[in-house]
Design a protein around this ligand. Structure first.
Ligand code: C5P
Length: 323
């Protein structure tokens, strides 16, 4: 943990005495979009989308410790991750505190960042969702998951997904969810160029209505329902990919590489820059990764995760490596 990290104190009440409570650690899992189709632009500036979210076992760790009542502090071990109000975990804590005024305490959140940013993996949103879940418990607020999801939607379109996690279809701006059967028999080779993409930038460049969105979305869902990776893979697509690849040809280069190595399907996740291949096992994914050496890309071997976040039982001070 970098102790020089900037911290932000937004409000102090009471005597400054922290409440009792041992630090706890949560894992916040990343996601892939198993397809993302844009139906149109909405009056509120967002885009109407169809997508399938899949939690994966690549995670950040968040340590929650007590702080004086009303105080929220957020810091991370990476200088490029914002501290304070610009961090979505901060926004989640502040929203919960303001919604439950009088019942919320204070909190210090330390984020051990493992999920790359600007890669379409939803790391910031997952941190926000884990914060909602953790503080609901820590502050004994007793809010239902549906309430946490509604609050999450005010922070980001995919935050409700991260509250639930697992395998979920998403509609609307991505916040209307439908649980799908857990995808158990897949492994993914996730490949990242040295490139961070801004989500609004990617959406602003997308060409709308060019793809067979509805039928591809249904095929992906059927593939998941039947555990049929070939069917799932053949239907994969991402309407943001062409726009991002037009500016950054490396996206197309990674896509072609993965396709040529026998992946059941290949697509960019979210607004990029991550591109993943669907494979039947981690061994197959490892074999494809071995052929990538010298290309300068970063690769992660990942598996589906059944949850979006979870509390770790070990002591908060213990150090853990990336997933
Ligand atoms: O909801 P979130 O804050 O994550 O969205 C970030 C940006 O991505 C939005 O401001 C918008 O520009 C774009 N976006 C969109 N349509 C969506 C989701 C995100 O246009 N369904």
């Amino acid at each position: 943990m970098n102790d020089s990290e900037a911290r932000s104190r937004i409000r102090t009440q009471g005597t400054g005495e922290p409440a009792a409570g041992a630090p706890v650690v949560y894992e916040a899992f990343a996601k892939l979009n198993l397809g993302l189709w844009i139906l149109g632009k909405r009056r509120d500036g967002y885009h109407e989308i169809l997508t399938v979210y899949q939690s994966i076992d690549l995670s950040d760790e968040l340590v929650f410790e007590d702080a004086p009542d009303g105080v929220i502090e957020v810091g991370s071990d990476r200088p490029d991750v914002p501290s304070g109000p610009a961090n979505l975990a901060f926004q989640a804590a502040a929203l919960l505190r303001d919604e439950c005024d009088g019942r919320a305490g204070g909190v210090r959140v330390r984020i051990r960042k493992r999920i790359p940013s600007g890669a379409g993996l939803g790391g910031g949103s997952s941190d926000a969702a884990a914060t909602l879940v953790a503080l609901n418990e820590r502050w004994a607020l007793g809010l239902e998951a549906a309430v946490l999801e509604r609050l999450g939607a005010r922070i980001g379109s995919d935050v409700p997904f991260f509250v639930r996690g697992g395998t979920q279809a998403g509609r609307g701006r991505g916040e209307i969810l439908e649980p799908l059967r857990a995808l158990e028999n897949a492994a993914f080779l996730l490949v990242l160029p040295d490139l961070q993409i801004s989500t609004p930038w990617a959406f602003a460049r997308a060409k709308i209505g060019l793809t067979r969105s509805g039928s591809a979305f249904s095929m992906v869902k059927l593939g998941i329902q039947d555990g049929d990776l070939r069917r799932l893979g053949a239907a994969l697509g991402n309407d943001l990919e062409a726009a991002v690849a037009a500016e950054y040809p490396v996206i197309e280069e990674i896509h072609s590489f993965l396709e040529s190595r026998g992946c059941a399907g290949v697509a960019m996740t979210g607004s990029g820059s991550g591109v993943f291949g669907v494979l039947g096992s981690l061994d197959q994914a490892r074999a494809v990764r071995a052929e990538m050496s010298g290309k300068g890309w970063t690769a992660f071997l990942v598996r589906p995760s059944a949850t979006g976040n979870r509390r770790l039982e070990r002591a908060a001070g213990a150090r853990g490596g990336p997933a």
